[in-house]
Design a protein around this ligand. Structure first.
Ligand code: NAP
Length: 248
């Protein structure tokens, strides 16, 4: 029986690269998407063409009922869940702190924080050896913005990632004796469509000189670290957060 991995927001960018790499590593892959149905199907097709197992499941992780449905589909189609990658995130257009309106704040915290909490609760219910599960791993995709604060751009987004890092540390300690490891990755500036969503498609060019390695990273470079943390090679790691940021 293949190990299974659920990647939220797995249709594009870092999530898609993780899905492809996970399939190559022998996982059965569940790709969650919110609206990028075609992109999700492309990832599923690419995995199946190489003889792998993959499904795509639509769900908005900002809506708890949809998260329940997502996990039920994974139960039914892939069996016991081994790895959850909390990768889905919202980034709204760049704005000054004073202009972050309440609706925007509610939306971004609902997806990037509450969604991660609820997905992780569902995963722990299934994985915990205390409730008959076989253990497992959670990998939280944070951001180097949690350390930098993202002034003049998106302090709201950065703060959601800070909350995620705190959750990684607390949950890791709480479930350490239940067979569950919880770790995080803080990517730096990575070549994906997220910068266009933030209103500046060419952002990497503008800020790359602030990166010691003087370049943006690739989604695959982040995916490699995610898969390593999820693997038995990282068996003594929990509550750790790794920066994949070119030194930024
Ligand atoms: N790229 C970077 O420079 C960078 C840096 C630091 C951290 N990160 C983090 O890396 C992760 C992946 O981002 P990315 O760069 O790969 O960008 P991306 O390609 O825009 O991926 C974000 C994904 O999240 C999904 N998503 C958004 N809201 C969702 C919701 N409510 N429910 C379910 N899925 C939702 C999107 O799916 P739909 O299109 O279907 O909505 C999309 O596939 C994010 O957590 C991001 O914060 C990225």
């Amino acid at each position: 029986m293949k190990k299974s991995i659920l990647i939220t927001g797995g249709s594009t960018g870092i999530g898609a690269a993780t899905a492809l790499l996970a399939a190559q590593a022998g996982y059965a892959v569940a790709i969650n998407y919110r609206k990028s149905k075609e992109a999700a199907q492309k990832v599923v097709d690419a995995i199946r063409e190489q003889g792998g197992v993959a499904i795509a499941v639509q769900a908005d992780v900002g809506v708890p009922e949809q998260i329940q449905h997502l996990f039920q589909r994974v139960d039914q189609e892939l069996g016991a869940l081994n790895v959850l990658v909390n990768n889905a995130a919202l980034l709204e257009p760049q704005a000054r702190f004073k202009d972050l309106d309440y609706d925007r704040l509610q939306k971004i915290f609902a997806v990037n924080v509450l969604g991660v909490f609820v997905c992780s609760q569902e995963a722990c219910k299934r994985m915990s050896t205390a409730s008959g599960g076989k253990g497992g791993c959670i990998v939280n995709i944070s951001s180097i913005a949690a350390k930098l604060g993202a002034p003049f751009e998106y302090i709201d987004y950065a703060a959601t990632k800070g909350a995620m890092d705190t959750m990684t540390i607390g949950l890791a300690k709480e479930v350490a004796t239940e067979g569950i490891r919880v770790n995080g990755i803080r990517p730096g500036i990575i070549h994906t469509d997220i910068h266009a969503k933030g209103g500046e498609p060419d952002r990497i060019n503008r800020v790359k000189d602030s990166v010691p390695m003087k370049r943006g990273g690739t989604a695959k470079e982040v995916a490699e670290a995610i898969l390593w943390l999820a693997s038995d090679k990282a068996s003594y790691m929990t509550g750790s957060i790794i920066d994949v940021s070119g030194g930024r």
